[in-house]
Design a protein around this ligand. Structure first.
Ligand code: ZN
Length: 143
């Protein structure tokens, strides 16, 4: 199997069986982000516990790239310290911008191929921009 095929398989696996999919009830923060170019819509939920991402989930509808990216993102940052999640976010977005390679990105490297398609970059970045907002000053979920 070529690296390209492996990456394709990771993306399709996360698209068909997204990890950490659904709402997060019982406290936490939530944001909604959209990518109108593609029609992707994403709600992201995060619960922080002592500076650690205790739980993270997402729901919404989107293309394979946006869904797989959100699923991979939740796996990459769940249980991580906020500062480490920010570092992962900068590494991933930097890779999408072509400013750095895929070193240390693990399965997230599967999305490296989208760099060749500027419209798809927005699909892959959507969940990470939502995460960035939540780790910044996201609004409280619920009433
Ligand atoms: Zn999309």
């Amino acid at each position: 199997m070529s690296l390209e095929e492996l990456y394709q398989e990771i993306i399709m696996d996360h698209y068909r069986r997204p990890r950490n999919f659904g709402r997060l009830d019982g406290g936490g923060q939530a944001v909604e982000h959209e990518n109108p170019n593609c029609g992707d819509h994403l709600e992201l939920f995060v619960r922080l516990e002592d500076g650690v991402i205790g739980d993270i989930r997402f729901q919404g509808r989107g293309c394979a790239i946006s869904t797989a990216s959100a699923s991979l993102m939740t796996e990459a940052v769940k249980g991580k310290k906020v500062e480490d999640a920010r570092t992962a976010m900068e590494a991933f977005l930097g890779m999408l911008r072509g400013e750095r390679g895929t070193d240390g990105l693990g399965d997230l490297a599967a999305l490296a191929g989208v760099r060749q398609f500027p419209l798809r970059v927005k699909c892959a970045a959507l969940a990470w921009h939502a995460l960035g907002e939540l780790l910044g000053d996201g609004r409280r979920a619920g009433p």
